[in-house]
Design a protein around this ligand. Structure first.
Ligand SMILES: Cc1cc2nc3c(=O)[nH]c(=O)nc-3n(C[C@H](O)[C@H](O)[C@H](O)COP(=O)(O)OP(=O)(O)OC[C@H]3O[C@@H](n4cnc5c(N)ncnc54)[C@H](O)[C@@H]3O)c2cc1C
Length: 472
């Protein structure tokens, strides 16, 4: 039997800047594998959403192509699959890049023990973070809970590469294992016409990610600090799904643009990558926060269970145009701009008083970039229950947010086309317009577009009272 070096692809679906793949290359021809874990991620918060499954299918397809169709596909319980691989092959080395979700850490620890017991050289690497969560601690050796000192005192003073990874051009891949299925055996494409329209918006895979990054670097990075707040501007990278699946690494991005100007834009862009690091850091040190409030006071919060409100929010029928535009952008494209994510999340939690976990679940299913760390940390941040969170009394006003960040209404009208002829003056508060305005705009208010499901002022007061109850 020939000895094989296995690299286990997980959320590092790229060939460049891949430390585990490089390690495997030193141990002879590589046997690359992908395992769809259908067993260990049982909690609904951790489940692979439909949009993510769609993305994953295409990303694996693209990766397989760049590996000369030598990627081995498995689906099931990784522990059982790896036991079989050990039994049927002579394995020289087994390596992967680390993942940081609590359930993955638990599973990977067991797998490492199994491999070591079988005298296999097992190695794990950091392929997706700029700093390992355990390397950044306060002077008293406890983890940070506030972003600014975490980033400035913890991260920025520490080296983060570049890693000097060599090109893998001359690496060879072994012929496929007999036990491997093909990509369709993973059954990733949801049986849902929803996915079809996604194809209009995305190019998936390592090459597409790099092309998109370069386009952003050359066209969007200048002006990022201000422009990133305006959903219609091209100042955001839209790299989040590529980063989530590891089609591009934060190292590649950070080191490519670190010496560019204007400094304020580059520094701000880096700090957003820093928020990504912070999210991973938080779920590493406080794994319970993926399902529970980080701030335990919120356990007593009187959440509403109003299903009609939740459904109106999901469908983008709340009667608040900027909220509806965001929710419909999500449904249409599998993505939503960050500013609008904050507005819709604040609306769900602080105006509809619905538990942040309901929002997280919907985002997890619909976002192509659904990411346990970023999603959890961001929802808890918006709800006020998380680390360095927006204080509960800071409630985004969807009317002012719309006017400020979508001043001529282009974004809102794009996703809420029934308001296309509404004068900008009334666009974010249609109830202020009189009948003649609707008539001229050709809109039957309440029929073509819904009236608000709650009053902003009243719902705000109710939220603040509820918060006062738990303030202690
Ligand atoms: C309620 C809510 C839920 C969110 N859920 C997710 C999620 O599931 N997955 C996800 O990747 N992001 C999530 N975010 C964070 C942020 O909205 C997205 O990362 C960002 O909009 C992606 O767009 P971009 O790639 O153009 O970002 P850019 O502005 O170009 O930033 C570059 C990269 O930095 C990271 N980043 C930027 N902003 C943040 C942030 N606030 N927190 C953490 N990382 C950030 C992302 O990886 C992003 O791709 C959420 C935010 C909110 C308010």
């Amino acid at each position: 039997m020939n000895k094989i070096a296995i690299h286990w692809f997980r959320r590092d679906l790229r060939v460049e800047d891949n430390p585990s793949l490089q390690f495997a290359a030193q141990n002879g021809p590589i046997t690359p594998i992908y395992i769809l874990d259908t067993v260990n991620n049982t909690q609904k918060e951790f489940k692979l959403g439909e949009a993510s499954a769609w993305w994953l299918h295409h990303s694996l397809h693209s990766l397989d192509k760049s590996l000369a169709n030598k990627l081995n596909f498995f689906s099931g319980d990784p522990i059982e699959i790896i036991k079989e691989l050990i039994e049927n092959n002579e394995i020289e080395s087994f390596s992967w890049n680390r993942c940081y979700s609590p359930w993955e850490i638990k599973r990977d620890t067991e797998i490492k023990v199994l491999l070591k017991e079988n005298n296999i050289n097992v190695k794990t690497f950091n392929g997706s973070l700029l700093w390992e969560p355990w390397e950044i601690l306060k002077d008293d050796n406890t983890p940070y809970k506030v972003f600014s000192p975490f980033y400035r005192k913890g991260c920025l003073v520490k080296h983060n590469g570049p890693r000097g990874i060599v090109s893998l051009e001359n690496v060879t891949f072994c012929k496929k294992l007999d036990s491997s299925g093909d990509i369709d055996s993973l059954n990733l494409l949801p049986n849902h016409e929803w996915k079809d329209k996604f194809e209009n918006y995305w190019n998936i895979g390592e090459k597409a990610a790099m092309t998109k990054y370069i386009h952003f670097r050359d066209n969007g990075l200048t002006g990022y600090k201000e422009g990133r707040n305006f959903p219609i501007k091209d100042n955001v990278s839209i790299l989040s799904p590529h980063l989530h699946f590891g089609e591009i690494s934060p190292h590649q991005i950070w080191h490519d643009n670190k010496d560019l100007c204007p400094e304020k834009d580059v520094a701000h862009f880096h700090s957003e990558l820093g928020w990504r690091e912070f999210s991973y850091y938080l779920i590493y040190h406080f794994p319970f926060m993926c399902t529970e409030n980080l701030n335990k006071r919120f356990d007593k919060f009187p959440w509403s269970t109003n299903k009609d409100y939740l459904n109106a929010w999901k469908k983008g029928n709340t009667g608040y145009p900027i909220v509806d535009a965001g929710m419909r952008q999500l449904w249409e494209t599998g993505y939503m701009h960050n500013r609008v994510r904050m507005v819709v999340a604040s609306f769900l939690v602080k105006n509809l008083l619905i538990d942040w976990r309901k929002g997280l679940e919907w985002f997890n299913d619909c976002l192509c970039d659904a990411d346990l760390a970023n999603n959890t940390a961001s929802w808890q941040w918006t709800a006020g229950s998380g680390a360095d969170a927006a204080p509960y009394f800071r409630i985004f006003n969807p009317i002012l947010q719309g006017k400020k960040f979508d001043p001529d209404g282009t974004y809102t009208k794009k996703y809420v086309p029934e308001l296309e002829n509404m004068p900008t003056k009334y666009l974010f508060a249609p109830w202020e317009a009189d009948d003649s305005v609707f008539k001229e705009a050709g809109i039957e208010y309440g029929k073509d577009y819904p009236k608000p499901i709650v009053s902003i002022e009243e719902s705000r007061d109710i939220a603040l009272k509820a918060y006062n109850q738990i303030k202690g």
